[in-house]
Write a protein that binds this ligand. Sequence first.
Ligand code: BF8
Length: 689
Amino acid sequence: MEVMKEGAGTQLQKESKPATQPTRKRKLADPAQATIDEATQLMLERAHELDIDTVFDRAENMKPCNIGTQGTCCKNCGMGPCRLPLPKSGIEGDDERKGLCGATPNTIAARNFLRMIASGAAAHSDHGRCVAEVFLAAAKKQTEDYKIKDPLKLLAIAPHFRVDTTVEVDGEVVDRKLDEIAVEVAEKALNEWGKAEGELLYLQRAPKPLYEKWKKTGVLPRNIDREIVEIMHRTHIGVDQDYKNLMKQGTRAAIADGWGGSMLATDLQDVLFGTPYPLQSEANLGVLKEEYVNIIIHGHEPVLSEMLVTVAQHKELQDYSKSKGAKGIQLAGICCTANEVLQRHGVPLCGTFLQQELAIITGACDAMVVDIQCIFQNIANVAKCFHTKIITTHPIAKMEQDNVIHIEFDEHNALDDAVKIIMIAIDNFTNRKAEVMIPPQKAPQVAGFGVEAIEYHLGGIFRGSYVPLNDNIINGRIRGIGGVVGCNNARTKHNDGHITVVKELIKNDVIVLTTGCNGIACAMAGLLTPESAAVHCGPGLAEVCETVGIPPVLHMGSCVDNSRILLAATEVVKAGGLGTDICDLPAAGSAPEWMSEKAISIGQYFVASGVYTVFGVGLPVSGAPVFQKYLFEEFEKLYGGMWDLEVDPVKHARKMIAHIDKKRHALGIDKARERILVDMATRREMASA
Ligand code: BF8
């Protein structure tokens, strides 16, 4: 048989192989080029040794479509797909490109962008709806398995739903029963998805000028579902053909995500499962333990994983695992389910989005329990090479492969479902067939910084407040705030963008708020410890972190918890001295390695909330330069925030810093100052200056 040489043509291939079995030499990813993380490099080498295909290799063998990446492929009707790539020579004079119906590149790119927002907003919000349903069942005592864990947070959010927490009895004001409040909050919350009239209740939580801006531009969301449905309607062939009008709806749906579905998910989860406070844990594949039953929880919704955490601690199950020869049960998480159980229970993080296949390749994963979102279908194929049981649990997220077990989770039967799943994992411990190879890398971390925890840590228990944070921003020790969030993307070096951007920011005294896979990447790189401040931060931020005892990167949770960043920014505005709206703050947002449609929705609600937001990798708008300019420049006039794109992570961070400096200048705090205690009167004076 002839050996096909690199670069040999298809002619040779056809001659040497039957046409039905084309042999294409499979390219393998170079571990050192694919990731900055040593554990990932080791596991990638292991995958190659075992001839197991992972996302890193697939990215080498399939390049993305050039027209799709520009955002100018329209497949919204049966006459297409209509492909409108930018001509190589660029556009001179009028842009005459159009689809069969006449749709311009701007219309097509805007429609595609909107559909990404719709999908992202739907994912976050449907997650929130599921939590609200469980919350209602718990409030009505239809399930014994869930209870209100944080009554104080329930009382704190009730007024936003216009639910009274007190009642007048015989002329006396008395506290209402918690159960009554919980039922009313749950019903009002669920109503937010489909109410017939009015606007989302949580919009009133935004700073007043921001709310007024939304009102003036006509983007106040009416209810969550309606805004998503309207995107699908308006992007259908022959409906909305004005990119500016389309983006108005995109903005409205994104606000319905950030200040609606996501914020509701976060709040109701906190009430039900507990509001996070800082705790210690570890991160990376090295958290798996060879002698333990390793159960990896992966996905996004914590309703089931909360039960798994509870049940895994039961003595009977621990003893049962020992009867099988294990030393106990080790839970670990991937993606945002991981962030949920990390921030409330300290369950260690096993890895980011791109490490899910590698976790199975360790040979030590006895079960991977998945719920919704960011789950590779290929984990089922990888699991076939090992003993790992893949268990799907959600009715809307099943897999076609025959080695996948489906155990449908039911909140009325949650503990029993969790026991069943853990028993499967324990019984599987003795079936390990491949040699176990767990990389040694793992890093310590401190996570669990919700809005309340930041307030407490900075202001102290008696005067919990954001004022000390503002003081340190005003006096220049902290230059500004960076919200760095989002995914991994196999089209860019794993974790390189995340870590380079974050290190550049903290080196320049910008404190970082993180969520999602950026949070996991920072944990793996050791940036979530107070000690890292002395190593990586500029002198001002290092001093603040050392004084207060916090890491320079504050992990605020999962991707729905980006709503915490919105609320933290609102608290900073309220604390005074830094303007009257989020767009006045010396702050910027970033998603260096984004890949998910959810990230586009998040980006859009950050921008619409007044945040300058930089994405890495690429944005599918480059084929429509006029539309891109609208997002990158003109949006600032509407909402105070705008999009930007920067692939180089150092330049990416510097653009954020330049924006922060621009805002410092506008506030009149750009000169380094000696620390002064600013009282409220001075702060108001500065704000109105
Ligand atoms: O919601 S950051 S890869 S895990 S989409 Fe997915 Fe992106 Fe990770 Fe969480 Ni968010």
